[in-house]
Structures are given as C-alpha cells and as structure tokens.
Design a protein around this ligand. Structure first.
Ligand code: PMP
Length: 287
C-alpha cells in the first residue's frame, strides 16, 4: 500500500505517497499511542466531516495527547487531500500519533504527528451480497470494560482485538465477527455498529462499550424521521433468536444487511433495505 503515486498530507504539508514515512522508533508504533478516523467523500463532499475531526480530537484527548491542528484545520486538510488526489468519491484516513522523540512508556517530549491519506475504496460488498446479508461468526475476543481501556476512543490499540477477530472470521469463511463486551452483551462488529429488528422497532446497544459510530447516529436519525422506534439497550446473544432482521453500520460498511451471526439467521427485509437506501441517498444529498 506504500508503493503508489499520490500525495499524503503530513503535519501540514503534502509529501509524495512513497515518502510519507515515520521512524521505526515511533511511540505510536510501540505503545499504540495512536488514534484515527475513517471517512468517505461522496460526490465531492466528505460526509459529516466536522464530526469526524471532532471525534479525532476527543479520541486523542482520551489518550492524553493533543492534536496540533484545530478541527477547522483538519477539515481543510482533508478536503485539500481529496482535491490533490483528484477524487470526488473516496475513503479518507486521518491518523494522529505520538512521534519518535524518545521511547520510554512515558511520552512527555513526544510530538503529535498527524497524517491524512485518501484512496478509492468502493462499497465493501456488492449489491447481491447485501441483498442476501453478510455472514458473521462470534468473535473470541471481547470489547474491554471502560475501566480497562479507553474504549470510547477510536484508538489503534483497541483494533488489536478487531484484527484478530476479523482474520479468524475470514479464515472460517465469514465476512466479519460480532464481538461481545466484557459483560457478554452484544457489542459491535470489528469495524461497524449493529442494529436488530423486532416487531417493527430497531434495537441497538448503548455506547458504553462500543465506538459511538457516526453512521449509527445517522441511522438513528433516519429511523426517527420515518417514525421507526429505536430502542437503545443491552442485548444478550440468546435474544438474537427473537430478531427478524439485522444490519451493521459504519463509514466503510455503510448500511450492510446481515444474514447470519453464528447460530442465528436473519432475512434482510423492509427496514434494513429501506434504511440502506435512505443512507445512500442522504450521503449523496439526493433528498
Ligand atoms: N465500531 C468500530 C469498531 C469501528 O471501527 C467503526 C468504524 N469507524 C464503527 C463502529 C462505525 O463507526 P462510524 O460509523 O463512525 O464509521
């Protein structure tokens, strides 16, 4: 992924894609002092751009470091990166991490480095797969207690369990894994939040052990606008037998219907497919 043409915004300037490097003794690489965002541009506009910049700032704050660029500066840099790459539809990755100034666990002298890259990344799944619903297995790893890790941050360290879970699922022929939280409540997929349908209402876990997804919030708003009830509550895995539909939400996944989680099956229906279409129209500002 490092060997391609293009430009990456690093600490205020554009550098050639292949030269956007950091030293191997970077604090963020050794101790996961790193936070990031994933965003999408649709038809020339980055969806919820400022919410993402604000979340990057909040995530850094939870890891006790500051980003030396304001939210407005980050917004400008993200737009400039897409323009420099000539994209009007793309995925944008912003990352902020502690640099290589010294390598003890404590990091007072370390500066915060910030980088923004954009690349073309069309929808994860094709229309036929979405219509059938993707298959998930249960993850072996659980989302940590907020007393164990800053679990509300979009922090690189928390993705160790996501990578383990996603790769285990793919090795077993599934698209993704559904993680439980430390109490064994249903939490989220490795890069997406989850919703279930029961009697015409949506049920989704609260954000006490999961990422407070921007797509999750958007879908809650879309559902409210259609008069669909949204119940935010803890969900036990065995309750999945009582749900008829399921879908996951995320910037990369968008709204993706789910056909299976472990031993439980779902049939993508009116609510999932309707919200999937509504989301597609909203991000492209088509009413
Ligand atoms: N949970 C996890 C673990 C994620 O990585 C993501 C993707 N950022 C989400 C949920 C969805 O968040 P968003 O809708 O803000 O992309």
């Amino acid at each position: 992924f490092d060997d391609r043409d293009g430009w990456i915004w690093m600490d205020g300037d554009f550098v050639p894609w292949r030269e956007a490097n950091t030293h191997v003794l970077t604090h963020g690489l050794h101790y996961a002092s790193s936070v990031f965002e994933g965003e999408r541009m649709y038809d020339g506009e980055i969806f919820k751009i400022t919410e993402h910049s604000e979340r990057l700032h909040r995530s850094a704050g939870m890891l006790d470091f500051e980003i030396p660029f304001s939210v407005a500066d980050l917004d400008d840099a993200k737009r400039a990166t897409c323009a420099k790459m000539g994209f009007s539809d793309c995925y944008i990755r912003a990352v902020a991490f502690r640099g290589p100034e010294q390598l003890s666990v404590s990091a007072f002298p370390n500066k915060t480095r910030v980088a923004i890259a954009a690349w073309e990344w069309p929808s994860y799944f094709d229309a036929a797969t979405k219509a059938k619903g993707i298959r998930l297995e249960w993850a072996k790893w659980r989302r940590p207690d907020p007393a164990t890790a800053p679990s509300a941050a979009k922090a690189a360290g928390l993705y160790m369990i996501c990578t383990l879970s996603k790769m285990a699922a793919e090795k077993n022929g599934f698209s993704d894994a559904m993680m439980l939280d430390w109490r064994a409540y249903v939490a989220e997929a490795t890069g997406a939040n989850v919703f279930f349908v029961q009697d015409g209402a949506l049920h989704t876990p609260p954000t006490d052990a999961i990422l407070d997804g921007i797509t999750r919030r958007t879908v809650i708003d879309l559902a409210a606008a259609k008069g669909i009830e949204v119940v935010v509550r803890h969900i036990r895995p065995e309750e999945l037998s009582g749900f008829t539909e399921c879908f996951v939400t995320g910037t990369a996944a968008e709204v993706t219907p789910v056909g299976q989680i472990g031993e439980y099956s779902f049939t993508p229906g009116e609510l999932s497919l309707g919200l999937m279409e509504d989301y597609g129209r909203l991000v492209r500002r088509q009413g």
